[in-house]
Design a protein around this ligand. Structure first.
Ligand SMILES: [Zn+2]
Length: 113
């Protein structure tokens, strides 16, 4: 995989992560509008980050976890390899689902199990 493809996939991952967190953040911001804004703003926004996890559905949590994991694999330079068999994951598959951890054949095995 070349750098251009990697950058493109990284951007997709970041956008998807933003989508997931934004929904919850906008909800939280509405809740927080009544809260007095002052010196506590930093700790307040930190607790919002934590609470995001409680607002997400299980599917969204798994997705977010997969996205974080894919982004860290990009940092480490191991992105695009199947976590199970170590084979390269096909680029069209990554373009459709950049957060996938497994190649098609390993995915099929886990879904049957
Ligand atoms: Zn595999």
């Amino acid at each position: 995989m070349n750098q251009t493809e990697l950058k493109k996939l990284r951007k997709l991952l970041l956008e998807k992560r933003d989508d997931l967190t934004q929904v919850v953040k906008s909800k939280k911001e509405r809740d927080l509008q009544d809260v007095e804004i002052g010196d506590e703003i930093d700790s307040a926004s930190q607790s919002v980050e934590k609470e995001i996890l409680f607002e997400l559905t299980d599917n969204e949590k798994v997705m977010l976890d997969n996205i974080e994991s894919a982004l860290s694999r990009i940092e480490k330079g191991t992105f695009g390899k199947c976590e199970s068999c170590g084979q390269k994951i096909a680029i069209p598959r990554l373009e459709a689902l950049p957060w996938v951890r497994y190649c098609i054949s390993c995915q099929a095995k886990t879904e049957k199990a």
